[in-house]
Design a protein around this ligand. Structure first.
Ligand code: SAH
Length: 281
């Protein structure tokens, strides 16, 4: 008669079989937290820690300037040369504007969902649009973007960048929950005025604007934007390509000289933005 060898014991595993938690890993953080004695005043501290973790995942290093600098160096290599724009991109914490589950992708050159079917634009495209605006004759003379109207606040990331390059930003959003989200993301930033409304109408109370930038593209540029663009001002927006397929970046300068006042339009590279829609949600 043959006897079977004893089956290896699988459970419970002895402690030495468990992989040690590496410092900085979630399991290490959880283990450290488990050892932390609970204090009566702990509620507030824990709530604050949880909140901080939601916006800034621990151990990912996203708060370090280095991670943004690497993104900026990449963008510079790829042809974004305006140092003021690069400086703004190095300053604003993009990961704080997106859902914590997406935070690890925040410094890749990619658009990211922000809810309600909308996306935060790619840093390279946002950078390109801001560089085009800074290159307008008026902005060059002034040294900054002057008074800016942004159509499509979304999560507020681009508004935060625009604030680095201008004196005053008015940003309008048609989706109420996104308007509220941007308000929470930009708390304490006083140069930005967030407006809930249909940006196709611009925002007449603060017009005229030296710079107008749209983060959503329609079939044409709304007349209201041209009406609200100051002489010497520049507008940058995505728009349906003349072929009717895809979008291109459109640049419009409001030129005023001895010959009178006119709008000079030029078409640039292909882009991909969410649609410009009328009305509010
Ligand atoms: N600049 C934003 C990008 C958001 S995507 C950011 O940094 O997150 C573009 C936004 O334009 C969307 O939030 C969409 O709801 C908004 N939008 C589209 N049509 C609009 C309109 N007519 N008025 C205002 N916002 C509009």
């Amino acid at each position: 008669m043959t006897s079977l060898p004893p089956r290896p014991k699988r459970f419970p595993l002895s402690l030495d079989k468990l992989a040690p938690a590496r410092p900085g890993t979630p399991s290490a953080a959880a283990a450290a937290e488990a050892r932390e004695p609970l204090k009566p005043q702990g509620h507030w501290q824990q709530a604050a820690a949880i909140k901080a973790r939601q916006t800034t995942p621990i151990g990912l290093g996203l708060d370090s300037a280095g991670v943004r600098q690497r993104m900026v160096d990449r963008l510079r290599r790829e042809g974004l040369v305006d140092e003021r724009v690069l400086q703004a991109l190095a300053t604003v914490h993009r990961h704080a504007f997106v859902d914590s589950a997406l935070a690890t992708q925040a410094y890749e050159d990619t658009s990211l969902p922000i809810g309600h079917g909308q996306t935060i634009s790619k840093p390279s495209v946002v950078g390109r649009m801001m560089a085009l605006m800074l290159d307008a004759p008026g902005a060059r003379q002034r040294g900054h973007l002057g008074k800016v109207l942004e159509i499509g606040t979304g999560c507020g990331y681009q508004a935060a960048l625009l604030m680095q390059l201008s004196k005053q930003v008015v940003s309008i959003e048609r989706v109420r929950p996104l308007h509220d989200k941007a308000r929470a993301n930009l708390v304490g930033h006083h140069q930005v005025r967030l407006v809930y409304g249909d940006g196709m109408l611009g925002h007449p109370p603060s017009a005229p604007y030296d710079s107008i930038i749209s983060a959503a593209g329609g079939d044409d540029i709304p007349q209201a934007w041209l009406d609200q663009l100051a002489p010497g001002g520049r507008l940058v927006a995505p728009m349906t390509a003349p072929s009717g397929r895809g979008q291109v970046l459109v640049l419009i300068d409001h030129v005023r000289d001895a010959a009178g006042s006119r709008f000079v339009r030029s078409l640039h590279e292909a882009v991909l933005f969410v649609p410009l829609k009328s009305g509010v949600l």
